[in-house]
Design a protein around this ligand. Sequence first.
Ligand SMILES: N[C@@H](CCC(=O)N[C@@H](CS)C(=O)NCC(=O)O)C(=O)O
Length: 257
Amino acid sequence: MKQTRSKIAFTPESQESLSMTGKPVLHYLNGRGRMESIRWLLAAAGVEFEEKLFENREEFEKLIQGGTLMYGQVPMVEMDGMNLVQTRAILRYIAAKYGLYGRNLEEQAWIDMYVEGLRDLSDMIMFLPLSLPEEKEMNHDYVLHRAMTRFFPVYEKALRDNKQHYLVGNRLSWADVQLLEVILMAEECKASVLSGFPHLQDFKVRTSQIPTINRFLQPGSQRKPPLDAESLGIAKDIFKFEQGMFLKNMSTVVAEY
Ligand SMILES: N[C@@H](CCC(=O)N[C@@H](CS)C(=O)NCC(=O)O)C(=O)O
């Protein structure tokens, strides 16, 4: 399941031509970050998309100056005549549009509860590479502990108690797509993270075989690899992340761990 960094270079001209294809156009850097869940959801829904990947701060600033970023931030997705921003808003729109957001308000509420928990966990994993060197191991252990004691037991129990293959409504939803994404992220931190969760193991195997998802998991897809040192440096330059941001975000919860 090797992922590559295939990309389309950012140029003002390509910006013009790409949006003419009628496919959603994703604006981000060439890495996972906050855009990855959006890539996952579109891929799972079987929607083809284009990517405009900026490579440095200058290109990002050009995009900001273009005036399409409501908050001067990405992810931004050009779709259905809109410049969609705010990750959750984008995800919710895609989920609703492609039938992955439940059949009624109650199912939507369940999907939201699962997705928000998964977002808490995936944010922690996403920020791990920003840990201070001397705190990396502690943060890594903390996140895995949280995954195994707070988050995964919830999804394990839901699958067990519902006696269904999916988290909500006995059919694939945004919550399932997000769960598989986060399981794979957690396994990159610790390969055996699912060892105490038989239903999640089954879930992973089953959902990975859904044709649209399976294609996304194959080499050469638009799925992005985990951050390496080089791409972390690029991301820091582009977004001007502060080092130690992870710890600042997590400081209240670390104290009680
Ligand atoms: N709440 C926003 C946060 C977006 C955000 O922080 N984006 C970062 C990149 S992942 C960014 O654009 N940073 C540049 C900046 O804030 O100036 C969302 O979820 O989309």
